[in-house]
Design a protein around this ligand. Sequence first.
Ligand code: MN
Length: 395
Amino acid sequence: MTSFAVGAATDTGQVRAANQDRYLVSEPVFVVADGMGGHMGGEIASEVAVLALEAIDTVGSLDELIGRVQEANAAVVERARAQPELRGMGTTVCVLADIERPGSDRLGVANVGDSRLYRLTADGLFQHTEDHSLVEALVRDGRLTRAEAAVHPQRNIVTRALGIDEKVLVDAWELIPVEGDRYLLCSDGLFNEVPEPEIAEVLRAQESPEDAAHELVERANDAGGRDNITVVVVDVVAAGSFDALPADRVSDTRKALPGGMLASESPEADDPPVTRSVFDPPPDQPSAAPPSVFTWRLAAMVAAVMIVLVVMVVALLQVGRSGYTVVKGEEGTVELLQGEGFLWFEPTVEVETDLVVAGLPDLDRERVEAGQEFETRSEADTYLAYLQTLVDDGS
Ligand code: MN
């Protein structure tokens, strides 16, 4: 039997009104869940998922663990059905579980969404999970670099979550428990604020898992705390028995694990700040002609010029203020609009795609039907590119 030492911490952060993250430390499972959805939906989704997983007494196989995550999904879906105001709520889950099989203990990992599992070893900090997020899909597609993704304004948009569909695709795999390994489960509120080398440094410096968890939450808050922050640190104190594999076989097994990306130990240079276009201030109004040369014709010209100036200023303010919205057009396809209706200015259709809204996955279909807003054109284009990849993948 594998034994663990565990520490956990969660915080609302500096900006959000409520904490929609939940964690669970209840052997044999350790969980981080990051809820999303208005009207309390986010809190409820993560809470329902965690309560479903808390009922687990033992995990005998990886399939059993996946089944438990499916049950948690069903529980969130059911709750959303029962309360229409909670429609569209969802939650990520990242689960580390002790799989007890006589003679071959394993750790099971199950992941849906963009919370993460890392493992700290003497060699470094490894990210074991793959984010189910818009930016991760674009990185895989070669449309964004990892450095761009790390600061992208849409990095909180997930592509998989519990509570959206009857069935959810769960990433799952097994790891061999190794004494001395330290695992970190966390919500995006940690890794979006604290660079991975700094996370590794804290995990190395703090001996107790409890201290490590609290210091990581504190660092995320110091860095801005723009999202809820949740951290669970799990130390493997004594490894369970597993079939006596030769040493080389053990390391092969570990290398072959999916998602075992080496987390970057050297932060890449930050992108240059986005340059925003600044509108030139309106030219000064022409000075009124001296009364001695006043004519009705001149007055009419001045009035005409002033009207043109007012229209230009209003138009510039409108263009400068308004953003972009990805919507469902009259043909049922995805369109990009610029601007919001204002005085006699109508939003303009900037891009018409042939992507059929009804054919999108539920999460994105709902976003487009509700009108997904973006501040800049490039953010909106990124989202359109992402929607295109969904169709290209045939998913
Ligand atoms: Mn979050």
